[in-house]
Structure formats: C-alpha cells, structure tokens
Design a protein around this ligand. Structure first.
Ligand SMILES: NC(=O)c1ccc[n+]([C@@H]2O[C@H](COP(=O)([O-])OP(=O)(O)OC[C@H]3O[C@@H](n4cnc5c(N)ncnc54)[C@H](O)[C@@H]3O)[C@@H](O)[C@H]2O)c1
Length: 308
C-alpha cells in the first residue's frame, strides 16, 4: 500500500505515519508546518518507505505516483490555532479537502476525512450520536473551524455520491498524547505544562464542563479500522468516558505532585458545555473501542512532556 497523510507532521498525523510504517505501508506525509513540526517525524525520515513533502494542500498535491489510501488530516486543530489562522482553516477545509478528494478519485484511492466532534457544536443531544445534526453558531469565532469541517463532510459526501469516491469520515473527539504542543490551547497539554511548572492550572468557569479524552494510540487504531471498513457515513471516534475539566485538573495535579491548585477564568465564547461520543456505531461497524486507561494515557503523556 502507498499512503498519503496530509497534515502528517502534526500530532495525530505523525502517530498515524508511524503506525502505517509498522503495517508495511509506503508513507508520504504532506505538511506545510503551519502547526506541525519536523521534529514530530524526524525519527522516520531515514526510513526509505517514508517521505516528508513540505507543501500547502490548498495549492494541490505535488507528489507523483498513485496512492491506495489517503488520510486527510491537514488543518489547524486547536482553538488557539484556528482563531489565529482563520482563513488558513477555512481554505484547507474547503480547497485542501477538495484537492485530497480529487486525488482520491484520480487514483481510485480510499480516503478518510478527519472531521470533528465540533460539527455538533454546543450539543443539545447527549451523548452525541452520528444522526444528530448539531448546534453550531455559524458566525461565531469558532465557526471558521466548525463550518470548515462541516463543509469538508458535505464535500466528501458529494464526492461519494456523485463521483463514486470511497470516502470514510471520522468524527474525532478530544484526543491527547505525546507530541501535542504545550501552548496549543488544548486542555491536557495546558494543564500538564502548568502542573510541571508548579503553577496553578487555569480552569475556565467552574470547570463543570465535560470532555471525553481518547488516548492517541486508540484513535489511530480507529482510523485504520475505519478506512478498511465498508462504512461510508460519519463515525464517531473517541472515548465515551466523560470527565469534568475540574476533575481532570485535580488528577493531573495529583499525578505530577503539584500543590498549586487551580485558578478560575471566564468561559471562552461558544465553549461547548458537554461532550461525549456515543460510539455504538464504531463498536458495531469497526469492532472498535478505546483500550488505554486514562491513568496509563495520562502517565505516558506527562512523561513525554517532562522529557520534552
Ligand atoms: N487532536 C484532536 O483531538 C482532534 C479532534 C478533532 C479533530 N481533529 C482533526 O484531526 C486533524 C489533525 O489534528 P492534530 O490534532 O494532529 O492537529 P495538528 O495541528 O497537530 O496537525 C495538523 C497538521 O496539518 C498541517 N496543516 C495545516 N494546514 C495545512 C495545509 N494547508 N497544508 C498542509 N498541511 C497543513 C499542520 O502543519 C499540522 O502539521 C485535524 O484535521 C483536526 O481538525 C483532531
């Protein structure tokens, strides 16, 4: 198999490239490094089955030869990144996704689109099932990301319906693990970084808002199962165990041995109050569910942040 991973030098992309190499694929990672880092893939560049192409997906895919599989992950992904990069986020979700889908049609490749739980917005249905259409503010500050991803899904479905493209859509819920950036604004790297520095952890609001955190290796297993499955509609991939942000902060402080506690700050605009995937579909169609415990996943992540 020859496989293209757009956004391959990012957090999820680099873990996916690693797994694909282990599975015997030839892997091309395409990335413009807008939020990715060469260091994420530095340990793979000597591998003759791996190559890194520095390019903007919005300009096309400057790589010859046919691909069997395409994973389309390129996009700023954290709230800090996409608010700083609003146009880049909208364009990669539209033009970028279009290039990836057109290449999939040209090559007869299967393609997996990295969508997000943000398509559900601030959900009125809990836990979130794939059939729920979402509660998204189309003009709020987060809309550059939420609507870009919703457009990506619509584009992917049109390619599937009208061009016979073999499309798979992963609706990814909060995922964590090594290689996240400490300053990307996502809650686990932010808390771990503050705890390791002996600072109080910044909790928005009372910290009663919930999230469900999936360890990266579990998610990557879900990606592989999804692209190899015959299921063509969106599938939630995430960990269904829901935790409050305050509970998360307390656990991280206790694992790191940080006595500085937490400080509370006002809630950001449109921050979803509850988030939990219903993963019945992934269980039924892919035989997939997360296997890594929160304790093990957090410990691995904390060790990585300590070392880096
Ligand atoms: N990590 C999560 O919890 C999560 C949750 C939901 C969805 N996702 C989706 O998964 C994908 C990967 O997310 P991540 O957490 O690894 O983020 P990341 O920022 O670490 O990785 C994204 C990568 O895409 C690259 N990129 C962005 N625009 C590009 C462009 N125009 N051309 C080429 N490369 C480009 C970036 O440089 C980066 O390496 C994203 O599409 C994101 O929306 C992630």
């Amino acid at each position: 198999m020859r496989t293209l991973v757009t956004g391959g030098a990012g957090f999820l992309g680099s873990h996916l490239c690693e797994r694909l190499l282990i599975l015997g694929h030839d892997v091309v990672a395409l990335d413009n490094m807008v939020t990715g880092r060469p260091s994420n893939v530095a340990h793979m560049v000597e591998n003759p089955r791996f190559s890194l192409v520095n390019a903007d997906l919005c300009d096309g895919i400057p790589v010859d030869g046919r691909f069997d599989r395409i994973f389309n992950l390129a996009s700023p992904a954290s709230p800090i990144d996409y608010v700083e990069l609003p146009f880049e986020t909208l364009y990669v979700g539209s033009d970028g996704t279009r290039h990836a889908l057109e290449r999939a049609v040209l090559d007869g490749a299967r393609i997996m689109i990295a969508s997000t739980s943000e398509v559900y917005g601030d959900p009125e249905v809990h836990p979130q099932v794939e059939g729920y259409w979402g509660n998204v503010n189309p003009i709020g500050p987060r809309s550059v990301y939420d609507e870009a991803k919703r457009f990506s899904e619509a584009l992917a479905m049109a390619f599937a319906r009208y061009k016979g493209c073999q499309v798979r859509i992963a609706r990814i819920f909060n995922t964590y693990g090594p290689r996240m950036r400490s300053n990307d604004g996502r809650v686990i790297p932010a808390f771990v970084t503050q705890a390791l520095a002996g600072e109080a952890l910044t909790v928005f609001g009372e910290g009663a808002q919930t999230r469900s955190f999936c360890f990266v290796s579990d998610l990557i297993e879900g990606f592989i199962r999804l692209i190899e499955s015959d299921y063509q509609l969106p599938v939630n991939l995430g960990n269904p165990i829901e935790r409050s942000v305050l509970d998360l902060a307390t656990r991280i402080n206790s694992l790191v041995g940080n006595a500085a506690g937490v400080i509370h700050k006002p809630m950001p605009i449109d921050d979803p109050s509850r988030r939990r995937p219903d993963i019945s579909l992934a269980k039924a169609e892919l035989g997939w569910e997360p296997a890594v415990s929160f304790e093990d996943g957090l410990a691995t992540t904390i060790r990585w942040f300590e070392a880096n």
